[in-house]
Every structure is written in structure tokens, then in C-alpha cells.
Design a binder for this molecule. Structure first.
Ligand SMILES: O=c1ccn([C@@H]2O[C@H](COP(=O)(O)OP(=O)(O)O[C@H]3O[C@H](CO)[C@@H](O)[C@H](O)[C@H]3O)[C@@H](O)[C@H]2O)c(=O)[nH]1
Ligand SMILES: [Mn+2]
Length: 741
């Protein structure tokens, strides 16, 4: 009977859909009035109309860009859905497909080896038949530390995995398990045996920690060369099969492979996409599982259930044929209550992806997704000749064979005869030359947002995706919780996204011909999001300088259009507030999101756009600096206390300080001017806007003049001088232009 019941269901929240659409209608009407009001200006007599043309054009252009992004954004709100899965209705274990797991790591100094191993162990302990599970670790750092640590992890796994299954442990990442409260024993809490076993396993884990430290020290003593060889070494592939199970009988462990693809300084390695493609090929000749789970090394499995949950979609005959991947939202274990940096990317994972799920499915988000191997084959056709195929996917006959051999348990090299030669070929630099890897096959190259790019093209080819967001977070990551990492990461993402927006793949042109219009609008919103830098820079300077100058840019309080200019920001802010509160946020979280949006727009959005433009002109090469995952106690303490850690480069601080200085000076000067002229009703909106920016960004002022701790904005001469020069230059240039034009 179970077979006739569906494996998954989707639900539409009708009241949410209704309120969203009502809001769209009202807000859109108000925007139309705004445009009408601004346009009327051009039909007035140039001699008598009051504000000069230039500042009027600037704010109008900003409003147009904001409205454009707002319109794109509404696609996410059109038809949000949620889903439920019923893993208990899946076929028996014997009939489950093979599953491969890919874990990427790149730099043993920035990505602590112990944490990478924890990710690995949590994935080895997935609730899935171990003989059907194959794990591949890609080490872009080419570090013996990672390889040796994996051998230690393998030994520890032979203790950890049986412990987890025997006591039905929920959290199978040992580090997280041993750091949570003592009483996690579920049904076995009162059992003496459980506590004795737990104590024993804890000791084993501590030994394991020590072993990893030792591995690292040995490497350091032998003269650390990882930094140098990381970018120049032959392919290294090793199957981890330590024979330690003599202590415990009959422990079935999943198959574990270490892969460090070949690196040559002269050869582009395409960052994470390149690493994933190497794993994709190597795994094809070993296990060739039809489904692949991809994990970043900073995101562990918080529950063993995700594999079966994902299969509820992949094995559902209704959704399966066109389903490319099941994406789990990125969630993080290190988020504070008010989350001052919006490190959890709340909007994306709690609102936007649900919205896309009701269309064609969420964006591929880099980690925590189960992808169908076949969806990455590109346009390969069974009837293609071998020669055609070689030009397409490269010369490996084994790989070509794998294309037609959908991995089944039998097709796996049961005796584990490991095709070493072939895998080394597949992980070599030259393998991809002259083929379609990264262009049509596998994860796509060309941007540092390989995830977004690959997911977008999959959607364009007619593949769907789904979002699986069960109440219990299935994956927990480590998010950036300091300003520097956030802005550096943001610059990378916004460069990658805007880069796609500028390319021939522009979702507004390339999308609608190949997928639904609404889905294209969602992708377009994400690629053009960095454009916020233009209106935000403009609205943080022009109305303020006009205030100082006595130039009104908005309707008087007594003008009926005043209501429109009041309604638009209020409606947008209220909608944002409601979304924050309904997704578990606080009022302070809402203000924090407003602030971080402003800070990012002034800095990382701008730099991201500039990087993308420079890349377009061939003046700059893309780079993917992995984020720092080493925990810094001081930094974590500041974040938990809701205090910004302003220890970042002047490149980010200067614009922030300059803009806030301009706002404060204009506010003081503006008040003085308004009091002397008495035109407060004409200047009300400008005064209000300036005050709003100052109030929301008070933490910057606090960091500059009040705070004395390490995280304050250190008032170095260079910072003060540069930000003052910047503020003065902007003021003087605009001040003279504003009056004249
Ligand atoms: O040359 C590289 C660079 C990075 N990585 C790995 O890629 C992953 C993501 O890197 P991370 O430094 O954690 O970047 P984030 O900004 O946190 O990553 C987000 O953004 C990336 C795209 O910019 C996506 O690939 C990620 O999945 C997504 O979590 C990590 O496991 C790295 O080890 C490589 O394997 N090779
Ligand atoms: Mn990361």
C-alpha cells in the first residue's frame, strides 16, 4: 500500500500568496505615481521650475533602478511553496540507488583539518547503506596533512559509525555532538551501557584530535611545503582502507577516496568548479552513483536523514524525470540572535528560495544539494560516436563507458579493484584541454559563482530543482561573522553574479526564451542585485548636499504627492519587517539587515560591480579566496555581543566613514539652513532621509568616536585623511555642479 502513497507533497500558503499580491498591487500603483510625478517635471517650464535638472535626474535615475530591482524581486513573492517528504515510504534498502558524496577543501591553514574531518565523518555516518555510499574528498591544497588526517578519520569512523547507529544518534558530526548538552541519548539516556560507550568514544575522539594535531606538527616540522606544492603537483589519488577493524568486528564503512587533482601554475584550475569536475570524473569510473551530494568542507551533516529525504524527490516518478537537484537551505551553527552581519543570509534561504521553489526551483547554492549525475552530462547523446564523445568529454574510454552505465550496486568494482591509472588521467590538468568540460559538461567555469551559473543553465535546459527544508536543519555550516570576511566574500559573490548579468547569459534575455518569465526575473534579480550600489551611493549623497544647498528634491508636506513618497518607503520597510518577523527574526534583526544592506551596497556591491567590469575589459583576473574558517575568539565574542568588528581594510572603511561624515555635516548644515529660511515643509523628506541614514548607521559613528575596544574603527591617519579627502572631493564637485546644471 505504501507504494501508492506519494513520497513528497507541496503546499501553497494561500494567505501569504494573497497578501503578497495585494502588496505588489499597492506598491506598484504608488511607484507609477512616483514616476508620473518625476516625469511631470520635464514638462514644466525650465525657467520657472524650481530644482535644477541634474540632481533631479540623479534621484530619478536612482528611483528607477530601485523600482527595477523591486519589480524583479516580486517574482520571488508570486508563488512561494513549502514541501513535506515521507522517507518511510521509500523502497527497501536493497533497492536504493548508489550515492556519491563530494567534499571540497582547498587550504589547510584557512580550513582547519579537524573541521574538514568532522564534515567527512558526519557524511560517512549518513543514514544510508554503507556499501552504497562512496565519499570523495577533493583537496585543492594538495596537502599530506589532509590525506593523513583522512586515514586517522577512517580509523575513528570504525568506532564512531557503529556508536551512532547503535544509539540512533541524531547529530553525527562528532565535534558538534560532543559540544552539545550531555543528555543527548534519546531512548538510551538511562542506559548504563550507553554512557559507558559514550565515554569511551569521547576518549577515542580526543585521541583522534591529538592524532590530527600530531599529523599537522609532523608536517610543519618537515618544513611546510603545502603552500608551494598546493599549486604545482601531480594528481594524487588514494583509497583510504586502513585495516584497523580488527578491534571491532564486521564494521561496514563507506568507500573513501582522497583526490588531489593535478595543479600547474600555468594551467587555469577553475577553482571549486574545477575541483568538482575532477571528482565527478574520478567517481564515474569508481562508483558512478546516479546521485551526488556536494558539501563544502565548512558544512557538516547535522542529521543523517538528508539522503533519504532527497531521494523522496529523486525517486518520485512524478518529479524525477526533469529533476536535476534537491537543494537544502544553507543554515549555520554560529549565528547570534540579532545576527548583525546577516551572516545567515536570511532572505535567500528563508524567503527567496521558497519563492523559486514554487516556480522551477531554487538556485544551486554550492553546498548541501543532491544532484542527479546525468543532469551534468551536457548535451551528450547515446548515439554519438566515440570520436564525437572524446571531443566532448575527453579521451578516457572508461569515463565514456560510465555514461551509458547508470551506476547500480553491481556495476561497482565489487572486489574494489581500483582503476588507478584511469583516475590519474581523469584528474590531470591536460585532460580537459579541447573538451567541453566547464562549458557544457559538468560544473561550469568562467565565474566564481559556479553554483549559480550551473544551476541557471540547468534550469535553462529544462531541468527543475526543489528545495527541501525540513524543520530539523540537515546541514549546518560555518558562516562569516566579521565585517572583513563578509565584505570580501560579498565582493566575490557580487562580482560573480554581476559578471553573469553582463554576459550573453543575461537572465533577462537568455532566460525567458528557455524558462518561465518569473523564474528568469528571479535569476535577474540576483545578478542585478549588486546594482544597488548606484542608487544607494546616490541617495546617500545627492539629497543631503541639496539639503545643504537649499534645493528641494521631493514634494512639500502639503503636496498630495507627499503621501506617495511617504507610502513607498513605509510599505517596503513594513513588508521587510513582516518577512523578518515571520521567519523567526527580531525587530533588531530587521534594522541590522537594513544597515548591512547599506554597508554592503556602499562597499562590496560597488567593488563587485567594478571587478566584474574590469574582468570584462580583461584588466583583472577572477580570484576565489576561500573564506577564513579558523575561529577567532575575540571576533566571535564581539559578534555574539552585537558589536561590529571593524578590523577591515581601508578600502571598505573609507567609503563608510566618508558617507557618514557627509550625512552628519549635511544634517547639521541643513537644519541650520532650514531654520533660517523656514522651508521645512519643502525639505522635510531630505531631512528625514538624512536622519534615517544616520540613525540606522549609528554603530559606525559609535565605532569611530565612542568605542575603545579592539573592534572599533581605528582612527589611523591614513583612514581619516583618505575618507576626508573623499568626502570633500565629492562634496565640492557635486556642490558646484548641482547649482549650475
Ligand atoms: O579553488 C578552490 C576554492 C574553494 N574551494 C572550496 O570551495 C568551498 C567554498 O569555499 P568557501 O571559502 O567556503 O566560500 P563561501 O563563500 O563560503 O562559499 C559559498 O560561495 C561559493 C561560490 O562563490 C560556493 O561555491 C559555496 O558553495 C558557497 O557556500 C570550500 O569547501 C573550499 O574548500 C575549492 O575546492 N577550490
Ligand atoms: Mn563557506
Amino acid at each position: 500500500m505504501g507504494e501508492t502513497l506519494p513520497l513528497s507533497l507541496s503546499h501553497v500558503n494561500k494567505s501569504l500568496v494573497l497578501t503578497n499580491r495585494l502588496y505588489m498591487l499597492l506598491h506598484f500603483t504608488a511607484l507609477s505615481f512616483l514616476v508620473y510625478y518625476r516625469l511631470c517635471f520635464f514638462f514644466q517650464d525650465p525657467q520657472t521650475r524650481e530644482p535644477p535638472l541634474f540632481p533631479w535626474l540623479l534621484v530619478f535615475a536612482s528611483e528607477i533602478i530601485l523600482s527595477f530591482i523591486w519589480i524583479l524581486h516580486q517574482a520571488f513573492r508570486w508563488h512561494p511553496i513549502s514541501r513535506t517528504v515521507f522517507p518511510e515510504r521509500l523502497p527497501q534498502d536493497d533497492n536504493l540507488p548508489l550515492l556519491d558524496v563530494f567534499i571540497c577543501t582547498a587550504d589547510p591553514t584557512k580550513e582547519p583539518t579537524l573541521d574538514v574531518m568532522n564534515t567527512l565523518l558526519s557524511a560517512m555516518a549518513l543514514d544510508y547503506p554503507p556499501e552504497k555510499l562512496h565519499l570523495y574528498v577533493s583537496d585543492d591544497g594538495g596537502s599530506p596533512v589532509t590525506l593523513n588526517a583522512m586515514k586517522e578519520a577512517w580509523k575513528f569512523a570504525s568506532w564512531w559509525l557503529p556508536f551512532c547507529t547503535r544509539y540512533k544518534i541524531e547529530c553525527r558530526c562528532p565535534k558538534a555532538y560532543f559540544s552539545i548538552s550531555e543528555n543527548e541519548g534519546g531512548d538510551f539516556d538511562g542506559s548504563f551501557e550507553f554512557h559507558a560507550d559514550k565515554k569511551m568514544i569521547k576518549e577515542k575522539y580526543e585521541d583522534f584530535e591529538e592524532d590530527i594535531k600530531r599529523v599537522k606538527e609532523n608536517q610543519d616540522n618537515s618544513g611546510d611545503i603545502t603552500g608551494k606544492i598546493g599549486q604545482n603537483h601531480p594528481p594524487i589519488i588514494e583509497v583510504i582502507q586502513e585495516n584497523s577493524s580488527c578491534e571491532i568486528e564486521q564494521v561496514k564503512l563507506p568507500f573513501l577516496v582522497y583526490v588531489s587533482r593535478e595543479k600547474k601554475p600555468s594551467h587555469p584550475h577553475h577553482f571549486k568548479a574545477g575541483a568538482l569536475n575532477a571528482l565527478y570524473r574520478v567517481s564515474a569510473v569508481i562508483s558512478n552513483a546516479p546521485y551526488i551530494l556536494v558539501l563544502d568542507c565548512d558544512m557538516f551533516c547535522n542529521s543523517p536523514a538528508s539522503a533519504r529525504q532527497a531521494l523522496c524527490f529523486h525517486l518520485n516518478p512524478e518529479t524525477s524525470p526533469s529533476l536535476a537537484f534537491v537543494q537544502f537551505p544553507q543554515k549555520y551553527h554560529n549565528i547570534s540572535k540579532n545576527d548583525i552581519y546577516d551572516s545567515q543570509h536570511r532572505s535567500a534561504y528563508k524567503v527567496l528560495w521558497q519563492g523559486m521553489d514554487g516556480l522551477m526551483g531554487p538556485v544551486l547554492s554550492g553546498t548541501g544539494f543532491y544532484i542527479k549525475r546525468e543532469s551534468l552530462y551536457g548535451n551528450y547523446k547515446i548515439k554519438d560516436t566515440d570520436l564525437e564523445l572524446q571531443q566532448y568529454v575527453g579521451t578516457s574510454n572508461e569515463f565514456i563507458k560510465s555514461l551509458n552505465q547508470k551506476g547500480t550496486a553491481d556495476s561497482v568494482t565489487v572486489g574494489r579493484t581500483f582503476p588507478e591509472e584511469e583516475t590519474l588521467l581523469l584528474a590531470s590538468c591536460n585532460y580537459e584541454i579541447g573538451t567541453k568540460w566547464g562549458k557544457e559538461v559538468g560544473f561550469l567555469y568562467g565565474t566564481v559563482c559556479e553554483d549559480f551559473h550551473t544551476g541557471f543553465i540547468l534550469n535553462c535546459k529544462g531541468w527543475n530543482s526543489v528545495l527541501c527544508d525540513p524543520p530539523q536543519p540537515q546541514f549546518l555550516g560555518n558562516s562569516t561573522t566579521n565585517l572583513n570576511d563578509l565584505l570580501v566574500q560579498g565582493t566575490r559573490w557580487f562580482c560573480g553574479l554581476f559578471d553573469i548579468g553582463l554576459s550573453r547569459l543575461c537572465p533577462l534575455i537568455f532566460g525567458p526564451l528557455r524558462m518561465s518569465l518569473l523564474q528568469s526575473l528571479c535569476y535577474a534579480e540576483l545578478t542585478y542585485f549588486p546594482l544597488y550600489c548606484l542608487p544607494l551611493w546616490c541617495l546617500a549623497i545627492v539629497p543631503q548636499l541639496c539639503l545643504l544647498n537649499g534645493i528641494p528634491l521631493y514634494p512639500k508636506v502639503s503636496d498630495p504627492f507627499f503621501f506617495i513618497f511617504l507610502f513607498i518607503p513605509l510599505s517596503a520597510l513594513t513588508k521587510h519587517l513582516v518577512e523578518v518577523l515571520s521567519t523567526g527574526g527580531t525587530f533588531r534583526k530587521w534594522i541590522n539587515e537594513q544597515r548591512i544592506w547599506m554597508i554592503e551596497s556602499i562597499t562590496s556591491h560597488l567593488y563587485g560591480c567594478l571587478d566584474a567590469l574590469l574582468k570584462k575589459c580583461g584588466l583583472k583576473e577572477a580570484s576565489f579566496l576561500p573564506t577564513n574558517k579558523v575561529e577567532d575568539e575575540e571576533q566571535t565574542r564581539l559578534y555574539q555581543m552585537d558589536k561590529y568588528d571593524f578590523r577591515t581594510s581601508n578600502m571598505f572603511l573609507v567609503p563608510m566613514v566618508a558617507v557618514i561624515t557627509i550625512n552628519i555635516s549635511c544634517f547639521i548644515g541643513g537644519i541650520y539652513k532650514v531654520l533660517s529660511v523656514g522651508n521645512w515643509d519643502q525639505m522635510f523628506i531630505q531631512l528625514f532621509l538624512t536622519a534615517y541614514i544616520i540613525v540606522v548607521n549609528y554603530p559606525i559613528i559609535e565605532g569611530l568616536v565612542i568605542r575603545k575596544d579592539v573592534g572599533r574603527i581605528y582612527p589611523s591617519l591614513a583612514l581619516l585623511l583618505t575618507s576626508n579627502i573623499l568626502a570633500t572631493t565629492i562634496t565640492c564637485t557635486l556642490y558646484s555642479v548641482l547649482r549650475k546644471v
